[in-house]
Design a protein around this ligand. Sequence first.
Ligand SMILES: [Mg+2]
Ligand SMILES: [Zn+2]
Length: 183
Amino acid sequence: MKLIILDRDGVINVDSALYIKSPAEWKPLPGSLEAIARLNQAGYKVVIATNQSGIGRGLFDMDTLNAMHEKMHKALAVVGGRVDAIFYCPHTADEGCSCRKPKPGMFERIAALYNQDLSGVPAIGDSLRDLQAASALGCAPILVKTGKGEKTVAEGNLPEGTVVRADLAAAVDALLGKPSKKD
Ligand SMILES: [Mg+2]
Ligand SMILES: [Zn+2]
């Protein structure tokens, strides 16, 4: 089974330093939904692992998170794309949970759900902590320059083997062996 793990904010949708707190604020990045559809067509199961500490901070609740994801699922369906599962960490850094990236808890749960070793499984994020969590389980880390990505590239210290791509669409094109104008 082919699996790919994506961060959400800054990879699939526009990120905000003020958090994405409502379905209205959830806006897909150009080409990201179509890229997920291309992954599906190529036989990939697409899974999201996302830190959502806005819940722990009381900025939005579970119903709102579900509503955001309902919007995402519907927008994906329009272009023939599908996300298989969404893992989220609702905790703040202070709570010391094992799921908030860079901790690998969500990746461990993904490995358990699919009963699959994550070695070499592509994992795409825009922040260092996404890549660190991915690397901990042997995933192949891919950094996109959307969201916090440019800043993450500039700060360096990327896990060994990290590949940098312009955005999700370019990362997917490279993964599927298609030339992209953006890289
Ligand atoms: Mg992100
Ligand atoms: Zn957590």
